[in-house]
Design a binder for this molecule. Sequence first.
Ligand code: ADP
Ligand code: ZN
Length: 216
Amino acid sequence: MYVLFLGPPGCGKGTQAQYLTEATDFLQLSTGDLIRAEIKAKTELGKQLESLYSSGKLVDGGLVLKMVQKVVASEGAKSILFDGFPRTVSQATAFGEFLQSVNKKLDCVFSFSLADSEILDRISGRMTCADCKAVYHAKTNPPKNEGICDKCGGELVKRTDDSRESVKLRLEEYHRETEPLKEFYKKENLVYEIDASQPIEMVRKQIFNKIEAISK
Ligand code: ADP
Ligand code: ZN
């Protein structure tokens, strides 16, 4: 099964993706994580991506699609959760053509919605484990010990692109470039709406129930 998480930065996609991959055999394909890994490894691609990424701008769609194709080619038999890609209608079109060419299709698009004001609060409190990528929040989802990951004991860090300025840019970009994808996928009858202002556990249940319903 192939599903996609669509929603603004900070709405809880990564948090929910983590639950899904822990409890099921879904592989999470987070293009944000792929990009951050390339940058950290200082690869050629990573160098090309770094300056755009840190300023909060969208990185080149062709480069991202290439990374996605590589993963699908090697892991395509598994269920995949696409997270953070596609980001624009033209990326979605290219992605759809690619999936078709390998005889695959999306089964559901989970569309998360959350007000901009709440997004800023969530991102300003966000901390991520440097080792296992688990996501926490100072208020809504704190770790048991400050600064330390519950799951693996790793160090919790703030992402370099989580500054207020960068978040504002990403939000504008989201509304302009990515939000139209909702209409794009509605036409294909793939959209399942998630009210992302609900508590984490309620969002989790809603997603699990839907996936169970589709699997039948
Ligand atoms: P995204 O992957 O969409 O950018 P995250 O999963 O990183 O979003 O969540 C952003 C922040 O909000 C994190 O600090 C996370 O702990 C917190 N968070 C996620 N979901 C919820 C929720 N339903 N209610 C309150 N806080 C949440
Ligand atoms: Zn960890």
